[in-house]
Design a protein around this ligand. Structure first.
Ligand code: KIV
Length: 274
């Protein structure tokens, strides 16, 4: 099924309809030029709150603000025309109440023009997901490892190894589907559980560190390009290795400026004679 033949931007319903048809392709993006380069290759672009770590150098996603998400959501919208755009609700902007979640999500939809929001949470967020989806806001869920909960969970480790974890992730996935999400991210979860949930769910599962059994995959763009090198989790593959390329370009620029070989005559404006 080729959903890219249509001129219009893909909608959340198109992403949902891809389940069972072919694997769903997604990446994060935060800027206009990067969104432009990936637009035709992905089904949806996630403006993830991972931007706090990869763009702003924060230790976690907890410090990300609504204003950051709006600015980067607008940038990605300007750089794309066919992918569905989903923007993350940042920590603290939706957990207090379903009304708070609606206000934040509506503001993000209005100010960016994106088609959907993503929020982290399972059974405890089901009422909120239902509230939003019943009021015109498509929601991408996010279960399994939830980076916004780092301060209570204490670390980034794969889940689904104990009966308690398995039961919780199963329950979370079912609750988010039942609440009306069009798909959900499943992060850092062992393969057998990701497979079972994918087979049981009637909406797509989008895996990150959750095995090829999922209906689709998402990765952080800086990981795919090999730009973010602070650490490399097991589930990350560098499809390019741009860090040394960038570093070499900066070093060469510095050398040429110091040697006065840049800018050369071809980069220099002169007065026209006559
Ligand atoms: O913020 C993000 O980029 C995400 C993905 C890693 C799924 O939530």
């Amino acid at each position: 099924m080729s959903v890219h033949t249509a001129k219009r931007r893909l909608a959340p319903a198109d992403i949902k309809a891809l389940k069972g048809e072919r694997p769903i392709v997604s990446l994060t993006a935060y800027t206009t030029p990067v969104a432009k380069l990936m637009d035709q290759h992905v089904d949806f672009i996630l403006v993830g709150d991972s931007l706090g770590m990869v763009l702003y150098g924060l230790d976690s996603t907890v410090g990300v603000t609504i204003e950051m998400m709006i600015a980067h959501g607008q940038a990605v919208m300007r750089g794309s025309s066919s992918a569905c755009i989903v923007v993350d609700l940042p920590f603290g902007s939706y957990q207090e109440s379903k009304e708070q979640a609606f206000r934040t999500a509506a503001r993000i939809l209005k100010e960016t023009g994106c088609s959907a929001v993503k929020l982290e949470g399972g059974a405890e967020m089901a009422e909120t997901v239902h509230f939003l989806t019943q009021r015109g806001i498509p929601v991408l869920g996010h279960v399994g490892l939830m980076p916004q909960l780092i301060n209570t969970t204490g670390g980034y480790r794969s889940l689904g190894r104990s009966d308690r974890e398995v039961e919780k992730i199963r329950r979370d996935a079912a609750a988010i589907e039942e609440a009306g999400a069009f798909a959900f991210v499943i992060e850092g979860t062992v393969e057998p559980l990701a497979r079972e949930i994918t087979e049981t769910a009637t909406i797509p599962t989008i895996g990150i560190g959750a095995s090829p059994a999922c209906d689709g995959q998402v990765l952080v763009v800086d990981d795919v390009l090999g730009i973010f090198t602070d650490f490399k989790p097991r589930f990350v593959k560098h499809f390019a290795n741009l860090a040394p390329v960038m570093s070499e370009a900066f070093a060469t620029y510095a050398e040429e400026v110091k040697a006065r070989s840049f800018p050369g005559p071809e980069h220099t404006f002169q007065l026209r004679k006559g």
